[in-house]
Design a protein. Structure first.
Length: 362
């Protein structure tokens, strides 16, 4: 019995040793099937991507600024007359666009001014008669040359006064017209009113008075200069109007109410602009020349930022640094990039270095 028990223990120990040795041998030896499966999986992964070519060029970063179309009141031009007059008709209203030569209002000299005209005409007749009389006396040697000169001078003064009143339109109904294409800023004339000499009847804003006031943050003002050209985008009811404008003046202080600095821009073509329209522009604050790619090409990675180019049929990873950027593109800084090299812009989120890719550009 004891022999049988010892025999069984020996058999069991031997079987356990064989099992343990077999397991250790299996564990330490690489599995061909597992290695083959893993390698096949990596080599068979194919990514579909879209690419564009890396280009070398200038990229500019700009910030948006906003403002309004307004008018420089200091450049208003007043329409008035040099004699007291009565307003007969007014043909325009405030904020109306007028063309050069378009009627603004109709006036007539006041009764007092017409009386001056009649007196001037009568004075001419009197001095003419006095000159004729003096000439007759001179021929009869009853008047001197000084008397003759005095009579001629009196006639010249009277004639000049009469011609001046007639030239001003004292004797007729006068229609005042716009001297140039402009916008009516104010109509002070009232039909039937008697207006003193020199009173502004209509105030006009010429195209040179139209300007765009942009609100710019103080740190961005240092990128601007007087005389610099900007592209203005004017928002209208129908569509945006794009105009080129020139910076006329930059305010020397920050507006305490808005916190912005006012930048005054004169548009080259102000005929299509309306006072009160909203305007915007973009101010360049940085520029660089380098390799330029779309924003979608650059991805965050463990070492910082990277992009993938395509060489043959495989993805090549590049560590890059970003430079100047705008809304659509970014400058990338890397030592091993080339102009014209295809860079992945779609499908790059699943790529790894060396992965097989299929380029499907539209």
């Amino acid at each position: 019995m004891k022999r049988f028990t010892g025999f069984m223990i020996t058999v069991l120990a031997l079987a356990a040793g064989i099992a343990i040795g077999y397991a250790l041998a299996r564990w330490g030896k690489p599995s061909r099937g597992g290695a083959s499966d893993g390698g096949t999986k990596h080599s068979s992964a194919v990514a579909s991507v879209q690419t564009v070519s890396i280009r070398l060029g200038k990229i500019t970063r700009a910030v948006g600024v906003y403002g309004k179309v307004t008018a420089n009141r200091g450049l208003e031009k007043s329409v008035s007359v040099a004699f007291e007059s009565r307003v007969l008709k007014v043909f325009v209203i405030e904020n109306q666009r007028v063309k050069a030569g378009q009627p603004l209002l109709q006036i007539q000299a006041s009764p007092a001014e017409r009386l001056k005209l009649a007196e001037a005409a009568n004075e001419v007749q009197i001095t003419q008669a006095q000159l004729r009389l003096t000439q007759s006396k001179f021929h009869l040697q009853l008047a001197t040359r000084a008397d003759l000169a005095t009579a001629r001078h009196a006639l010249a003064i009277a004639s000049l006064k009469l011609a001046q009143l007639r030239r001003l339109g004292v004797g007729t109904v006068t229609t005042l017209r716009a001297p140039e294409t402009a916008t009516v800023a104010e109509v002070a004339a009232i039909p039937g009113a008697l207006e003193p000499r020199g009173t502004p009847l209509v105030n006009l804003l010429s195209q040179s008075a139209i300007m765009v006031v942009l609100k710019v943050l103080p740190p961005e003002v240092r990128h601007l200069r007087v005389g610099q050209n900007l592209t203005l985008s004017i928002a209208t009811q129908d569509a945006a109007i794009h105009e080129i404008g020139t910076i006329r003046m930059i305010a020397g202080r920050v507006d305490p109410h808005s916190g912005f600095v006012n930048v005054y821009v004169t548009p080259r073509q102000a005929a299509n602009l309306l006072i009160g329209d909203y305007a915007s522009s973009r101010i360049p604050i940085a520029a660089s020349i380098g390799f330029i790619v779309p924003h979608s090409a650059v991805l965050p990675c463990r070492e910082g930022e990277c992009l993938f180019t395509v060489k043959g049929r495989h993805a090549v990873e590049h560590l890059v640094r970003k430079g100047v950027s705008n809304d659509r593109e970014v400058e990338v800084l890397a030592p091993n990039l080339r102009v014209g090299e295809p860079v992945v812009i779609r499908g790059n989120g699943v790529l790894t270095n060396g992965m097989t890719v299929v380029v499907r550009n539209k």
